[in-house]
Design a binder for this molecule. Structure first.
Ligand code: SF4
Ligand code: SF4
Length: 335
């Protein structure tokens, strides 16, 4: 195809899994190349930032931006790519919701740097040096991007057209989005409204999960290594926290299929603002604290807390992928 539309893929604060998911398109990648010219993709091409900065505004047709915004460089590239792209897609959970890097929002930025560069047993740093944004050397000034106090999602720093959820998004869903866009382009149809979620459904993972759902009454929560769950019954009914009821469908219930709970990587379902809050609310109705008739409020709370205390890491459980984009946005101690 002559004059193919341009495609960019960028990584900010991420693990690289979204690139692997793209590589897992396998031979379908050749079809992507039939329709698009890859013009920027740091893990594949040696295109420099200055090459992107020199492009005309809107010259890139689609940018798949993965990774959260953890530092000044991430934000700079988000803004440049916004300007240079007709369509900017938050691709994957980090760009969409902050994901695992976002759990850093439980701490101050300087606490994180200290933990990594000074207190870590695997870092040799006898002079206890911390990264500096500017360092004078005999050959000139060396610079590093400033590390932000908080992780932000892509939409917190620039306007986003669409979102593809998942940690990482499933390759067949990425392909679905690419073919959808190609079809719309080739038939002259308009694309979905701004802000739409692509490559996923609007309901929950439970819809895609074929385990038997009978009676959700939970006396105690168990961690996955404490039992071998029955492979036919809903994991939540067996006391394992499965985020399926508060997670958007689209992955095909991959984790419950292999006897592992959903940890929520596809983000909240349609019309749910806060995935963790949704899950907590859902659990509130299934805790089995026995007959409460005649019990004092204190005793009821004690029983509820006894069950809730069996959940080891509340934020890591309910906000594993969504903390920066949630209502809480991370609790920084002392604020
Ligand atoms: S809570 Fe988990 S195991 Fe239960 S039906 Fe939903 S996805 Fe399946
Ligand atoms: S089951 Fe949940 S955690 Fe597993 S891939 Fe699907 S959305 Fe992600």
């Amino acid at each position: 195809m002559a004059n193919k539309p341009k495609l960019a893929v960028y990584w900010a604060a991420s693990c690289g899994g979204c690139e692997i998911a793209l590589a897992n398109l396998n031979e379908k990648l050749l079809e992507v190349l039939e329709h698009f010219d890859f013009v920027f993709c740091p893990c594949l091409l040696d295109t420099k930032y200055k090459d992107v900065e020199a492009m005309a505004d809107g010259e890139i047709f689609i940018t798949l931006f993965n990774g959260a915004i953890r530092n000044e460089e991430n934000e700079h590239m988000a803004k440049i790519l916004r300007k240079k792209s007709k369509i900017l897609i938050a691709y994957g959970s980090c760009a969409y919701e902050g994901c695992i890097p976002g759990l850093g929002n439980m701490y101050h930025g300087d606490e994180i740097l200290k933990a990594v560069f000074i207190d870590s047993p695997t870092t040799e740093n006898p002079n206890k040096l911390l990264p500096m944004t500017k360092t004078e050397t005999k050959d000139g000034v060396l610079t590093l991007p400033a590390f932000y106090e908080k992780v932000k999602t892509l939409s917190m720093v620039t306007e986003v057209d669409y979102y593809i959820p998942g940690c990482p998004p499933e390759p067949h869903k990425i392909w679905e989005v690419i073919s959808f866009v190609v079809e719309k382009l080739s038939t002259g149809q308009s694309l979905p409204p701004k802000g739409a979620i692509l490559g996923a459904g609007s309901s929950t993972v439970c819809i895609e999960c074929d385990r038997k759902k009978e009676n959700k009454k939970i006396k105690t929560f168990k961690r996955i290594y404490e039992i071998i769950p029955n492979s036919e019954i809903c994991l939540l009914e067996q006391g394992i926290i499965c985020m399926g009821i508060a997670t958007r469908d689209g992955c095909g219930a991959l984790c419950p299929k292999v006897n592992m709970p959903c940890t929520g990587c596809y983000g909240p379902p349609e019309d749910v603002l806060d995935q963790g809050a949704k899950m907590i609310a859902a659990l509130g109705s299934v805790l089995d604290i026995g007959d409460t008739k005649g019990l004092s409020e204190e005793e009821i709370n004690r029983r509820i807390n006894e069950i809730l205390n069996t959940i080891p890491d509340l934020v890591g459980t309910f906000y594993k992928y969504s903390l920066p984009g949630s209502i809480l946005q991370g609790k920084i101690k002392g604020r």
